[in-house]
Design a protein around this ligand. Structure first.
Ligand code: SF4
Length: 218
């Protein structure tokens, strides 16, 4: 099996308390305007290449000497579901914590992953307002993914990418974000919630914060 990914690397911040080997799978079904990983999401050949699955499994085996965790991220890792399942199985076989970061818009694939190799933790975004995620973002799919995780007993952390300057200055933006989080928690009440401050300087569309400001805050 061929896997399109960026070079595996160490990740100390994505999964609290774990030293992870991160594998960033290339390609994404969204084009979030705040995306920091947009080169990976777009499959940019300057950062993405094709790996035989066995090569990545070997990387996991080598990393397991020091790393406690395998993180499958992206892009959207569930677009390469079979590869994520195999990588997750390798991590579990090696006694590693297995975490997945997903945009949660593919609930059927998420369910197939969990049934094949239950991740120890899933981190997913709640994006609000929906236009920050570009065309094709369906908040109902994210709610469905949370229901899947709750039903199958998988730990979930909801990450909320947030423009700090709007959050501090714009009540309407705060309301929209709070409502989206409330809806997400109604699907999975014990999920953890983390705010991720967006760094517009490295975003796909650095100026989108001003578009939002004009539409919501004046
Ligand atoms: S933020 Fe995540 S879901 Fe959005 S484009 Fe980037 S990788 Fe894809």
């Amino acid at each position: 099996m061929i896997v399109r990914a960026a070079s595996p690397g160490q990740s100390l911040i994505d999964v609290p308390g774990e030293l992870c080997l991160g594998i960033w799978l290339c390609g994404c079904n969204l084009r979030c305007r705040f995306c920091h990983n947009w080169r990976i999401a777009d499959g940019d050949p300057s950062v993405c290449r094709e790996f035989p699955l066995e090569e990545l499994v070997r990387e996991v085996e080598i990393a397991s000497a020091v790393a406690t965790c395998l993180l499958a991220s992206g892009g959207e890792p569930l677009l390469q579901l079979d590869a994520v399942i195999e990588l997750g199985r390798a991590a579990k076989r090696l006694g590693m914590f297995f975490a997945v970061e997903t945009n949660a818009t593919l609930p059927r694939r998420l369910e197939r992953l969990v049934r094949a190799v239950a991740p120890d933790a899933v981190f997913l975004d709640v994006k609000a307002p929906p236009e920050v995620a570009g065309d094709g973002y369906d908040p109902k799919a994210v709610i469905e993914s949370l229901r899947v995780l709750r039903r199958l007993g998988v730990s979930a952390t909801i990450r909320v990418p947030t423009y700090r300057e709007l959050y501090e200055s714009c009540p309407r933006y705060r309301e929209i974000v709070a409502k989206a989080v409330e809806e997400a928690l109604s699907a999975y009440p014990s999920a953890r919630v983390e705010r991720i401050w967006i760094d517009s300087s490295i975003a796909r569309e650095p100026g989108f914060v001003n578009v939002l400001k004009r539409s919501l805050c004046v």
